[in-house]
Design a protein around this ligand. Sequence first.
Ligand code: AMP
Length: 435
Amino acid sequence: MSRPDRTEFRSLTGMRDVLWPESARRRALVDVFAAVVEAAGYREVRPPLLEDLGVFLRVGETTDVVTKEMYDFEDKDGSRVALRPELTAGVVRAFVQHSPPVPWKVWYEGANFRHERPQKGRYRSFEQVGVEVLGVDDPDLDVEVIALAWRFYEAIGLRSVRLLLNTLGEHDDRARYTEAVRDHLEAHRGDLSDQALATLARNPLRVLDSKRPQDRAVVESAPVIADVLSAPAAEHFARVREGLEVLGVPYTEAPRLVRGLDYYRRTTFEFAAESLDAAQNAVGGGGRYDGLAEDLGGPPTDGIGLALGVDRILLACDAEGVFGAPEAVLDVYVVDLVGGAAARDLTHELRAAGFSADRRFGGGSMKSQMKSADRSGARWAVLVGDDEVAAGEVTLRDLRGGADQRRVPRDRLTAELAGSQPSETQPSEPEVEPT
Ligand code: AMP
């Protein structure tokens, strides 16, 4: 391969570098999600980023996500592969491959790739957190899954999220509904946008998703699923609504809510952040996909899941002024004025004793090292100069409580730190609480 001429590179269009402290904020968000769902018995699954193209074709042959936006290519052995545009298909492929005992309750986090037109809240590489449950046909599970997402939004402090709820009925209901919608749209072809007409040819239900003003009147007069719902599907949906009411999860029925991918059946839902622009305000969504495992070569298995968009959730947090980036947390910054050996040895000892500790490399004046200590967010500075070395001591300076400082014997340093302010300087887990 020839060497590229360019020497300066930037991240690709629609892809971003996430630097600290935004990276810490993302991790904190995933930690909150993990805590909420693990407390409900979900365990993490990490499927690969790259799958056989067929995994995705199987689930969405008529959707833009699969037909237009997928990063698919020929692998070195000639096989067709794709970067995942979403995680459900890969998780269900993993379920079919490994046949774990059911119910299989899993959660995930990770990047997805879609070649979309980038704009705020819409990227070509974006992250999701989500859950999937395979092997349970019980509307109370739909309630559990939706309620978990709701609790998660609450836990991070979002207040303006709205749950939109619908059902797409059983397989036959959906097919009948698709026909009814197609007939309606065909009857009003003249009033639809060119884009809607193109979508109509491939996937009539997706036209109901159109946000174009020109399509609004036709979409709003379209039939609703309730017109064709079978009795079992109606019962399932009634039980889901009842459960949400009992659990205090407010919802809005959205009779024309359809989801992007083809495999959804029965309960479908979306979370909209009202603090964001309508075009990009979906901060999550999901539903039942009862035929998916079978489509991927497994036994008939009920499934339900949801995926929440981390990038958009953080935009909603910005808009609401909640869940800011966590502050830098460090117990000790070592300021060494005697050539570096003290910093080398002390940071090592402190870390071994369970404290977080950092230092300056390459020396520097007391003033500039203290500046680094302040910037590091450290609770304490430990200063070592000639006097301290001669006395077998170090100077311990409290960086948060004014300029308080005292000398302590070097070999008592960790005990002093542990004893000084137990709640703040005890070795601790990294802080993940939002500020
Ligand atoms: P979907 O798989 O399309 O239902 O997406 C689930 C969630 O992922 C959405 O509600 C969004 O929050 C998020 N999402 C989807 N596509 C993008 C994108 N291109 N950029 C950022 N977030 C996205």
